[in-house]
Design a binder for this molecule. Structure first.
Ligand SMILES: Cc1cc2nc3c(=O)[nH]c(=O)nc-3n(C[C@H](O)[C@H](O)[C@H](O)COP(=O)(O)OP(=O)(O)OC[C@H]3O[C@@H](n4cnc5c(N)ncnc54)[C@H](O)[C@@H]3O)c2cc1C
Length: 458
């Protein structure tokens, strides 16, 4: 390995290769709970596509495992390196190459952070609406996990916005898929194949992103409900109303208590309501026009308090609204600091959300374990944190939770990916014929298996 490190230094110079004691502990893990940190042999910091190409050619020749890393905010262990492997971190490839205002396209390097892109797009009146809860996440990471977040209920997920990629294959060859064109029907869609592939097929070095108009007016409504069942049952009706929410999230009682306590937000909810409410719905609307927004907000309030049976409806002041949304985005950290051991990211058909949440309640009781959370209710995507120290019992709980979601027509992960943490469940439940096809695709892209080995499957 020492000799190979020398080869990497020849490619990147001394400042592009971090090894030994110099490697920060951060590179040993991502944000996955209960994962085992692994120290990489080296952290490689390319500046250009040519650097990445030379790194992969060398790694492929010497059989060195390569794990790509964006911001390391993933929750599935997909950015944890393997023993004897290197990390390719894209932190120095962080340029916004172009914002093409006529074609509504941004071209960016993979190390660009979501917050950085948002700041650059705002003056042009555009937005990239993919917004996972951690805005330090990188474009490369979000592409490779097919990240979603709160705004997916209106705008869809990463794969609905990424229209082209530059990808370096393990052989060192560079391919381009798509581009500034908004549609393409020329053979298999390799852009879509790479999106969500968790760094197992190629390394993304450039991304073409479709931009959306930035709507300047927003309103956020908080509705407490007497039961979680009523909250989840309300979702299809809100979506059928034509109000097109930007955000449609549920938060259970315990999670609400904790995030309000941690962030110190004052929501103006009376003690009486607080004592009765068992769950909350957060709905945000956006528009170009203040009067239209106001009309829609009134209509939403009437729907919630009337047919849907909310205990009350609060239109939050701007500051409290953004504080609550940020606190909800960071609910994961609240669970992490309180010692929760795992998170689920199950997605079910929206109308099955009440059945799934009921099943979760039963599983929680059966195993006397805390399972609490919130979720992108508008997408049928539930994030729940599991508190159970005993790994064997926790494994049983996870199997029950995930199989309950699958029985309802759902999937194990809606947006976090499989990584290392969900691999055993993925392999236990996914159709083996499909897994074989995926393995075949992996072999075509990466015959020597150097890219993120052990992620998705072994
Ligand atoms: C508080 C919190 C809230 C979150 N909320 C959400 C949410 O609402 N929705 C959601 O979808 N996710 C959410 N996440 C998860 C996380 O932010 C996303 O998975 C995000 O996409 C990870 O981006 P990253 O840059 O941190 O990627 P990393 O964690 O660094 O990497 C993720 C994967 O991408 C691969 N990768 C990275 N860069 C490249 C590249 N250039 N080429 C090839 N492969 C690459 C890595 O190898 C790994 O497999 C949340 C995380 C936290 C901590």
């Amino acid at each position: 390995m020492a000799d190979v490190l020398g080869l990497f230094t020849d490619i990147l110079g001394d400042e592009g290769v971090v090894a030994g004691e110099q490697i920060s502990e951060d590179y040993e893990h991502d944000e996955a709970l209960s994962s085992h940190p692994v120290r990489p042999e080296a952290v490689l910091l390319p500046r250009t596509t040519e650097d990445v190409s030379a790194i992969l050619r060398t790694a492929n020749e010497h059989g060195i495992p390569v794990t790509a890393r964006g911001a390391g905010s993933g929750i599935s262990g997909a950015a944890i390196p393997v023993e004897g492997g290197v990390i390719v971190s894209f932190e120095r490839m962080n340029a916004i190459i172009e914002i093409d205002v006529d074609n509504h396209v941004a071209v960016v390097e993979p190390g660009v952070r979501l917050a950085q892109l948002d700041e650059a797009l705002a003056p042009h009146g555009f937005v990239y609406p993919v917004r996972p809860g951690e805005s330090s996440a990188s474009i490369g990471g979000t592409v490779n996990t097919n990240a979603a977040g709160m705004r997916a209920v209106k705008y869809g997920v990463t794969r609905h916005h990424v229209i082209g990629l530059e990808v370096v294959l393990p052989s060192g060859e560079v391919i381009h898929t798509g581009g500034k064109i908004v549609k393409v029907s020329s053979g298999y869609d390799l852009t879509q194949l790479i999106i969500g592939s968790e760094g197992t097929l190629g390394l993304v070095t450039k991304v073409w992103i479709k931009l959306s108009p930035r709507l300047p007016k927003g309103a956020t409504v908080l509705a407490p409900f007497a039961t979680l069942d009523e909250v989840t049952s309300a979702i299809p009706k809100i979506l059928a109303s034509g109000l097109q929410p930007l955000i449609l999230e549920y938060i259970d009682l315990l999670t609400m208590m904790v995030i309000v306590m941690d962030s110190g937000i004052e929501l103006g909810i009376s003690d009486e309501i607080r004592q009765t409410a068992l769950a909350y719905l957060v709905v945000s609307l956006e528009d170009n026009h203040e009067d239209r927004l106001e009309q829609d907000t009134v209509a939403l309030g009437e729907l919630l308090a009337g047919e849907l049976g909310a205990l009350d409806v609060f239109v939050l002041p701007q500051g409290a609204a953004s504080d609550l949304i940020q606190a909800r985005e960071h609910a994961f950290y609240a669970a992490k600091t309180r010692g929760f051991h795992d998170v689920i990211d199950v997605v079910v058909p929206r109308a099955k959300l009440p059945d799934f949440v009921r099943a979760v309640g039963e599983i929680s009781q059966e195993f006397s374990s805390g399972i609490v959370g919130c979720g992108h209710a508008g997408d049928g995507n539930v994030h729940m944190a599991v508190l159970q120290e005993d790994p064997e019992i926790r494994n049983k709980i996870m199997h029950r939770l995930l199989s309950s979601g699958l029985e309802l027509g759902g999937a194990i992960s809606g947006e976090h990916g499989i990584g290392r943490m969900k691999k055993p469940y993925f392999l236990a439940y996914e159709d083996p014929t499909k897994v074989d096809l995926m393995r075949g695709i992996k072999r075509v892209f990466d015959p020597n298996g150097i890219l993120n080995p052990g992620v998705i499957f072994d």
